[in-house]
Design a protein around this ligand. Sequence first.
Ligand SMILES: [Zn+2]
Length: 187
Amino acid sequence: MSAPPNHCPALVLNADFRPLSYFPLSLWSWQEAIKAVFLDRVNIVSEYDRVVRSPTRVMRLPSVIALKDYVQSARRPAFTRFNVFLRDRFTCQYCGHPFPTQELTFDHVVPRSRGGRTTWENVVTACSSCNLVKGNRLPHLCGMQPLTRAYQPTTFQLQENGRSFPPNFLHQSWRDFLYWDTELDPF
Ligand SMILES: [Zn+2]
């Protein structure tokens, strides 16, 4: 028995055949993928064995699709919690340990109570314990300096960091378009 269509997402590539996004990996549900095919917005690059049937036709589900029109990525990525974590590679900038997202928080290097602003240049990823220890103190007064100076990343830098975080599921047909190919089990 083959997998239900819900388990058949399509990897979405830009017109240059690179993934639209690495982390999270750009995936569309099979419904979205088929809709884009019918709207003539994508080319099918690879297919699953799995088919869907309508009253009039049978169609194999796309496993890799490429946009026909190139999508320019924003030059300056959005300033979000997630992107701060991604910039810092999900690593606490004080103890240097990586954590799952839900155990991370962000820290104002110069605390807000001391005039520190909520900007790329003053916010770093921290684990809860380090965040608690540092509290409202200034870095040079408590001896807790971030491992990497906080900076405004480019979209390219975030994409590069995202490449280090392979998803749990990788279909065989996606491997040619990604960089995590050799080490991973296909399922
Ligand atoms: Zn820490």
